[in-house]
Design a protein around this ligand. Structure first.
Ligand SMILES: NC(=O)c1ccc[n+]([C@@H]2O[C@H](COP(=O)([O-])OP(=O)(O)OC[C@H]3O[C@@H](n4cnc5c(N)ncnc54)[C@H](OP(=O)(O)O)[C@@H]3O)[C@@H](O)[C@H]2O)c1
Length: 308
């Protein structure tokens, strides 16, 4: 049996439960391909699953983002061939913190040509979260005003760029140290969330994109226009407060989407969007990568290099 290395957990817990295991090389079926993974990235969902929030069946391989090249093709994967560079957000039935992973046709798009594998791996989950939150659930249009909470993080820094590319006015809450960073991404207004109440300086927005929840979400109703929308990646907005403010509240789970990922590739290759990678760790140091994401201030994304 041919084996490969994969980062799995056999128990829920802290970074110490991450285990580099030898597992069978996965085989593709139908229109699937097996990708040789060059890079993966870490997302908050990885440490949340590791800590047991989803109650996943164990053992489980972590990691939802990959960038790599096609190694094996399923019998109906006619449009792809060995060596094609792809990037993908995986469904939650597989993990990308591994040397190889099976990718479905509905999850993958051509890797943006301008990006290295490490940069490309930073994009899929965070990018699709930003895209689906702003456009599918938030209905953001050119000329509208959006407030993005957490604009310097993995999802936020891509959301700022997508909203700007779509022609919106972009306000965002960040730490003061990230002011220059989000301004360079195109934000029109940056608010230091630790020292200023955003509702005192931001008003009349069509959309609040909430990546923070809690009291940040509660205070956000005040900045919305009547008829505006509050979209959260974290908690269901109160229906009562939505009614009171004549607004709409939505929460959602991001889904893999090959067509949207292809659209994101086009924006990247047109030079309108670029992911920011703060740190790259080898796969073996996944525990450090997850700890950094969970405990320390992260700007943009943290990536795992799997192959050179
Ligand atoms: N529903 C879904 O399917 C889905 C998908 C993706 C992500 N999510 C969730 O969405 C959240 C964001 O994800 P991410 O990948 O962007 O996380 P991340 O990379 O860890 O970024 C979080 C950002 O939030 C900022 N922040 C923290 N408290 C804040 C506050 N009170 N006001 C404004 N900004 C604040 C942090 O800035 P500082 O470090 O300066 O505090 C950091 O830049 C996570 O909780 C994640 O689990 C959900």
């Amino acid at each position: 049996m041919i084996t490969m290395k994969a980062v799995r957990i056999h128990d829920f817990g802290g970074p110490e439960v991450l285990s580099l295991d030898a597992v069978p090389l996965p085989q593709p079926h139908d229109d699937e391909v097996t990708l040789k993974v060059y890079a993966a990235s870490v997302n908050p969902v990885d440490y949340k699953v590791r800590e047991g929030s989803s109650g996943a069946d164990l053992p489980v391989t972590l990691g939802r983002d990959v960038s790599g090249v096609v190694e094996l093709c399923g019998t109906r994967a006619h449009t792809l061939k060995k060596g094609d560079p792809l990037y993908a957000m995986l469904g939650n039935d597989r993990g990308g913190n591994a040397e190889y992973v099976v990718v479905k046709a509905t999850e993958a798009a051509a890797k943006p040509q301008r990006l290295s594998h490490a940069e490309a791996a930073a994009v899929p989950l965070a990018g699709l979260t930003a895209w689906q939150g702003l456009f599918d659930h938030g209905g953001l249009k050119s000329g509208q005003r959006v407030l993005i909470h957490g604009g310097a993080g993995g999802v936020g820094h891509l959301a700022v760029q997508f909203a700007k590319a779509a022609g919106a006015f972009v306000a965002t809450t960040v730490s003061a140290q990230d002011f220059d960073f989000v301004r360079a991404l195109g934000a029109d207004q940056a608010v230091d969330y630790k020292n200023q109440r955003f509702e005192e300086v931001v008003e009349d927005v069509d959309l609040v994109f909430d990546l923070v929840a809690g009291e940040t979400q509660d205070r956000s109703w005040d900045v919305l226009k009547p008829g505006g929308t509050l979209v959260s990646t974290l908690s269901e907005p109160s229906a009562e407060k939505a009614r009171l403010h004549r607004a709409r509240g939505v929460s959602y789970l991001t889904k893999p989407n090959a067509a949207q990922l292809a659209e994101i590739s086009r924006l990247i290759d047109a030079g309108k969007v670029r992911p920011f990678v703060q740190a790259i760790y080898p796969l073996e140091e996944v525990a450090r990568a997850e700890e950094q994401l969970e405990k320390q201030h992260t700007r943009g994304k943290i990536v795992l290099q799997v192959a050179a």
